[in-house]
Design a protein. Sequence first.
Length: 153
Amino acid sequence: MNDMRLRPKSDYLKTANWEQLYVLSEHWRTDMGFYLDELKFFQNLINKYFLWLAKDENIVKAEAISVDVKKTTQEAKWLEEAITEHMRHISDLLKNAFSRDAAEFREEHGILEDKMVDFTKLFRKLKSEVFAVTEHIMETEDLPERMPYKTRS
């Protein structure tokens, strides 16, 4: 997963001070908040229009993408919690450099970064799938005819 490294240079993990790693982790946590907001939007989109689907094929697609969104949301929440815990560890190191093993912590940071990279790839793939399913449904369903807010021609 080294192809999408988030750190500025290859030896950054070994040379960065605790404040720099904290800032990087804060960016991850902010990113996770954004991903969670988008996932919530996707789920709301699915929930709002699912009732209007008539074609079995589209119902199956909507159900499948809904399951994927829910799984990805769980992963995002877990990762957000892991990042928050990681930031607590950095805070501990800032207060007391001997509170944790530095090498072990930097290894933990690298693992967490790899998980962020994997999640980002997963999220991008899911987003593409949500858009593709939405586009397919919009093209194959006659949604405007059944929608309560149908626009007048």
